[in-house]
Design a protein around this ligand. Structure first.
Ligand code: NAI
Ligand code: MG
Length: 487
C-alpha cells in the first residue's frame, strides 16, 4: 500500500453523510466477507429508511450552493478528486480485491478508471451548453441545461469503483448532489471514494454514502420523494422494482441492466486475436460476473471445432485463485452467486450434456468456479438466453452472416455485441444490424469513459459515460423573450 495513503482498511465502517462518518440510526451493522476465504473483513453500518432520509436531507441542503458554484470551480474540485484518487489507486485496488475478489491487476485498472471518470467529467463541468433557437427577429430563445437536483445511485458489486465513479462524477460535474447505496457485498470502496472526495474539497453533503441492503436502504432511496433522478445498475428484476418506485414519484430512472453479449467469430478473423478476446471477454473480466461480457460465443461452422480446441488450450493456462495472488480469475462474489452459477452447470448438463471444457467447482474455501464451455448449445437454450454472470460460456455455431445476426439478436438483452472478422464491410453491416448499445469490432470491451454505454431492449434505459450522460443528469429550460420588435 502507498505510504501516503489516507484510506487504509479499517475494521469498522460507518455511513458517510454530510461530510461525516456516522453510525446507522439504530446502530445496526452487517458483515462484509472476503469471497476468496469467506472470512469477515469488516463490520459496516446497516443503513435503513431513517438513514436514507438523513442522507437525502443532507444532499438537498448542499444542493443550492453546489449547483450555484462557478462551473470552473466545480471542475477544479473534480480534478482535485481525480488527483487524490490517483494517489490512492493502490489502496483502492487492495480494498476492491479484498471485498470483490477480483485479481489485483484488474482492481488496479478499475481504480485508475475511477480516477479517469472524475478527470473526464472535470473537463465537462464548464461545457454544459444550452442552445440558441431561431424563432425570428421578434424573439430571443435559448435553453439552459440545469441539474436535476438530488441524484440517487444504486450500485452493484462487480465494479465497485468504476460504476460508482462514472455516474457520481457526471452528476456532480453537472451541479447535482448525490446519495449512493453501494452493493452490500462491496461497500468499502464506495465509502473510501467518498472520504477521498471530501478530503479533496467536495463540500459536506454533496456526496453521501448509505451502506446497507437493497430492500432496507435501496428501496427507500429509489422511492424517496426528494430524489430527482435514480441511476441503477444490476439485475433486470431489481431494475424493474427500482423503476416502479421511481415512477411513483415521476422520477427519471437510468437503468443499466443485464446482458448476454454475442461474440461472433468469422473464419477470416485473426484467430489469435479472436481467441484472446473470447477469453478476455468473459472469463478474465471479474470471472464472467460482468453485464457487458461476451457471454454467448457464436462461431462459424467451418472453424467451430478448431476454434473450441484452441480455446480449451487457452483456458488450460488460466489460473483461478484469490485475487491477492493476481491470478487470471478470482471467486464468485458470494454464496448466492456461487450457487446460481453452479446451478447452470446442471442446466448445461441437462441441455447439452457434459461440458466441452471445465464444469468444475474448486475444492477449496471460497466461491471458486473454473472456466467452463458448453459446446453445441442452441441459441434458445437457457444457457444462451439467461444471464449466468459467471465463467460459463455457451458456444453456438452458425453458417452465414444472416444466421449470425439473427442469432445475435435473438435475445431479450441488447447491451454489447462483438464481431471478429477481417472483412470491414461485414463488420459494419453487423454493427448496423445488431441490436445492442455497444458494438465491438475486433476487440471485446473496446470502449472507454469517452464512449456512451447502455442497453437496447431489456438491458436498460439511458446511457452512462461520455458526453451523452450529461443529458441524463440535466434538464433543459427554455427561455423565450419577446424583444419588442414589431410593436
Ligand atoms: P441486484 O440487482 O439485486 O443488486 C444490485 C443493487 O441493487 C445492490 O446495491 C442491491 O442492494 C440493490 N437492491 C436490491 N434489491 C433492491 C430493491 N428492492 N430496491 C432497491 N435496490 C435494491 O443484483 P444481485 O442480487 O447482487 O445479483 C443478482 C443477479 O443480478 C446477478 O446474478 C446478475 O445476473 C445480475 N447483476 C447484474 C449486474 C450488472 O452489472 N448488470 C450487476 C449485479 C448483478
Ligand atoms: Mg438481489
Amino acid at each position: 500500500m502507498s505510504s501516503d495513503s489516507t484510506v487504509d482498511r479499517q475494521e469498522k465502517y460507518q455511513l458517510f453523510v454530510d461530510g461525516e462518518h456516522v453510525d446507522a440510526e439504530n446502530n445496526g451493522t452487517f458483515d462484509v466477507n472476503d469471497p476468496a476465504t469467506t472470512d469477515v473483513i469488516a463490520e459496516v453500518a446497516r443503513g435503513r429508511e431513517a438513514d436514507i432520509e438523513y442522507a437525502v436531507d443532507a444532499a438537498n441542503a448542499a444542493l443550492d450552493d453546489w449547483r450555484r458554484t462557478n462551473p470552473k470551480a466545480r471542475s477544479e474540485t473534480l480534478r482535485d478528486i481525480a488527483v487524490a484518487l490517483r494517489a490512492n489507486v493502490e489502496t483502492l485496488a487492495q480494498l476492491t480485491t479484498l471485498e470483490n475478489g477480483k485479481p489485483i491487476s484488474e482492481a488496479r485498472g478499475e481504480a485508475e478508471g475511477c480516477a479517469d471518470a472524475f478527470d473526464f467529467y472535470a473537463g465537462i463541468a464548464d461545457k454544459v451548453h444550452g442552445e440558441q433557437i431561431p424563432r425570428g427577429r421578434e424573439y430571443v430563445d435559448f435553453t439552459y441545461r440545469e441539474p436535476l437536483g438530488v441524484t440517487a445511485h444504486i450500485a452493484p458489486w462487480n465494479f465497485p469503483l468504476s460504476i460508482f465513479a462514472r455516474s457520481v462524477a457526471v452528476a456532480l460535474a453537472t451541479g447535482n448532489t448525490a446519495v449512493v447505496k453501494p452493493a452490500e457485498q462491496t461497500p468499502l470502496g464506495a465509502l473510501t471514494i467518498a472520504k477521498i472526495a471530501h478530503e479533496a474539497g467536495l463540500p459536506d453533503g454533496a456526496l453521501n454514502v448509505v451502506t446497507g441492503f437493497g430492500a432496507e436502504a435501496g428501496a427507500p432511496l429509489a422511492g424517496h420523494p426528494n430524489i430527482d433522478c435514480v441511476t441503477f445498475t444490476g439485475s433486470v428484476e431489481t431494475g424493474r422494482k427500482v423503476a416502479e418506485l421511481a415512477a411513483q414519484q415521476i422520477t427519471p430512472a437510468n437503468l443499466e441492466l443485464g446482458g448476454k453479449g454475442p461474440n461472433v467469430v468469422f473464419p477470416d478473423a485473426d484467430m489469435d486475436l479472436a481467441l484472446d478476446n473470447a477469453v478476455a471477454g468473459l472469463f478474465t473480466m471479474v470471472s464472467g460476473q460482468c453485464c457487458s461480457a461476451g457471454s454467448r460465443l457464436l462461431v462459424h461452422e467451418d472453424i467451430y471445432d478448431e476454434f473450441l480446441d484452441n480455446l480449451a488450450d487457452r483456458l488450460d493456462a488460466l489460473e483461478v485463485g484469490p485475487g491477492s495472488e493476481d491470478p487470471d480469475m478470482g471467486p464468485m462474489i458470494d454464496e448466492g452467486q456461487y450457487e446460481k452459477v453452479k446451478s447452470y452447470l446442471d442446466v448445461g448438463r441437462k441441455e447439452v450434456g457434459e461440458p466441452f471444457y471445465g464444469g468444475e467447482v474448486l475444492d477449496r474455501e471460497g466461491y471458486f468456479i473454473g472456466p467452463t464451455v458448453f459446446a453445441g448449445a442452441s441459441n434458445d437454450s437457457r444457457l444462451a438466453q439467461e444471464e449466468i454472470f459467471g465463467p460459463i460460456l455457451p458456444a453456438i455455431s452458425f453458417s452465414d452472416e444472416q444466421e449470425a445476426i439473427e442469432k445475435a439478436n435473438d435475445t431479450e438483452f441488447g447491451l454489447t455485441a462483438g464481431i471478429f472478422t477481417a472483412d470491414l464491410n461485414r463488420a459494419h453491416r453487423f454493427a448496423r444490424d445488431v441490436e445492442a448499445g455497444g458494438v465491438y469490432i475486433n476487440e471485446w470491451f473496446a470502449e472507454g469513459i469517452e464512449t456512451p454505454f447502455g442497453g437496447f431492449k431489456k438491458s436498460g434505459i439511458g446511457r452512462e459515460k461520455s458526453t451523452e450522460a450529461v443529458k441524463h443528469y440535466t434538464q433543459s429550460k427554455n427561455v423565450c423573450a419577446n424583444i419588442g420588435i414589431g410593436e
